[in-house]
Design a protein around this ligand. Structure first.
Ligand SMILES: C[C@@H](N)C(=O)N[C@H](C)C(=O)O
Ligand SMILES: [Zn+2]
Length: 229
């Protein structure tokens, strides 16, 4: 893993990034590359949950070449509609509010954004983000230190990419994941080992890009982009 810059999604530097919106099409990871496996467990969130921008899918295909033999990516979620992001963020905010003596709104927003991105900067609704883990040749998930989508505050922050309160094997597996994905230009959100993105505002901050490439799109807009492709 490259040196970690620890910037939260709620940091004003993320919302200050301009987007030069691309009309890049979306593709379905279910059909993109036979070596990339999609877990259907979050398919109830959107009929497009396994869709991402074309460049994201292409980068995943390139990244698989950096994995050890027999190890594959298991995709958990790509596109997420804005209304689901909104609801998830409200719940996360409510949870930290109930569990904190500090009721300052900036503090609560920062704590909530360790688990869910504020909707105005959220990567998943842009099609630039992907949540994923690793599986072996039998399709069994590798030990990455915590279950996928565990809440940081409920795991003693073991979800943080550079956590040390996990096994040596899990640390090594995180390095395998990071090596493959960073080699093709993805950036990680440091609070969640499974969250990687390209082209969104967070990616622009972390790579010092002048601007982000992808705006959030509604399911209808995503559908329209599929018709044009
Ligand atoms: C909720 C979690 N799976 C997630 O996706 N978090 C990131 C930060 C997000 O909301 O984009
Ligand atoms: Zn994510």
């Amino acid at each position: 893993m490259n040196e970690l810059r620890k910037i939260l999604m709620s940091d004003p530097i993320v919302s200050s990034i301009n987007v030069h919106p691309s009309q890049e099409p979306f593709v379905d990871l279910v059909h993109f590359d036979p070596d990339i496996v999609v877990d259907q467990s979050l398919s109830n969130r959107s009929r497009y949950f396994s869709f991402v921008r074309f460049s994201v899918a292409n980068k995943l295909s390139l990244a698989k070449r950096f994995l050890p033999k027999g190890i594959r990516f298991l995709i958990k979620e790509g596109y997420r509609p804005l209304h689901i992001q909104q609801r998830a963020f409200e719940r996360a905010l409510q949870r930290v509010k109930e569990n904190s003596s500090n009721q300052d709104l900036d503090y609560l927003m920062a704590e909530a954004s360790k688990y869910v991105a504020p909707p105005n900067v959220a990567p998943h609704p842009t099609g630039g983000a992907v949540d994923l883990t690793l599986i072996d040749s039998n399709g069994i998930e590798l030990d990455l230190g915590t279950p996928f989508d565990a809440i940081p505050q409920e795991t003693d922050y073991a979800t943080f990419f550079d956590a040390t309160n996990i096994t040596v094997q899990a640390i090594q597996n995180r390095q395998i994941l990071a090596h493959a994905l960073q080699s093709v230009g993805f950036v990680n959100y440091f609070t969640e080992w499974w969250h990687w993105s390209y082209g969104d505002r967070y990616w622009a901050v972390m790579t010092n890009a002048d601007q982000a490439l992808y705006n959030p799109v509604s399911e209808q807009e995503l559908f329209n982009l599929l018709q044009k492709a």
